[in-house]
Design a protein around this ligand. Sequence first.
Ligand code: IPM
Ligand code: MG
Length: 367
Amino acid sequence: MSNPSLLILPGDGIGPEVMAEVRKIIDWFGAKRGLAFDVSEDLVGGAAYDAHGKPLHDDTMARALAVDAVLLGAVGGPKYDNLDFSVKPERGLLRLRKEMDLFSNLRPAQCFDALADFSSLKKDVVAGLDIMIVRELTSGVYFGEPRGIFEEGNERVGVNTQRYTESEIARVAKSAFELAMRRGKKLCSMEKANVMESGILWREVVTEVAKDYPEVELSHMYADNGAMQLVRWPKQFDVIVTDNLFGDLLSDCAAMLTGSLGMLPSASLGAPMANGRPKALYEPVHGSAPDIAGQAKANPIACILSFAMALRYSFDQGDEAARLEAAIQQVLADGVRTADLMGPEGGVAVTTSGMGDAIIQALDASL
Ligand code: IPM
Ligand code: MG
């Protein structure tokens, strides 16, 4: 049997730097755990624009559809701010999500013990936090039609459309219930049914899907209250399911609970392929961080944890994913710190590659 295939799209800003550390980790699993991957690499975002005049080449799109999983770094940067909307780096990422039909975006917010002091919230509010946000990723206001900037009378009007079909809601709800079954069996659905018809439908469909999961305790919350509850007492949540735009906002908020955006991975999953694996793209939640790009300061952990999610969700290697996560816990407990993680208590300051090397050492020690 051939090795599973991985397409790596480092992208822009700190993307290539953090991805270089992921490559070390992938190589380690090939050499030490007999888990070899066929790895190929390509361009996305501003890097693709510079080479091809568009943020995702059709050939890259075709390759993404053909591989077992895609690993992406980050896209965007000030250099591209004034580009036409249709060729902005972000459009490359949105095209990947849409054409791969990655409707279920898993964004865990987990607080590592060694970093509980890092949150802007009190330690007891975040210590031990482990929640999962499931964000709908291929519909809603990000893609709804009509959209555009139109002339109306003597002024312009900007239009976007929030639109959800029942089947779109049902499939993401189902993926969230499945996840809840494997975790704490609690699911909170967030929308704005008090002001939006799409929210009313969302609530109805989620309630309908819940009938297939009698063991899961389902609750509903208006998304604004949800944002408030996330910072008030986040441990009340296990799994949260919400739409594309609310999920974008709520996941940034949840990410910061954990102390650093540099720690948070994500998985974007679609329907199963012929080989039974879901179509999948893994990426850190952080962006391209142009302010620190090229300075060896970036924290590669979010991207490395994204690979751990790939091991778990695409390759059925939950034990190896846990090994990698434990190695990261160990390194953090040992006080190894990239700049974003350096607090008043100090620690061992390392560069991006220093962090990657420390994780490799901890992996070696795990054998
Ligand atoms: C995210 C990002 C993207 C989004 C951007 C880069 C298009 O903020 O993945 O959360 O809005 O979905
Ligand atoms: Mg976002």
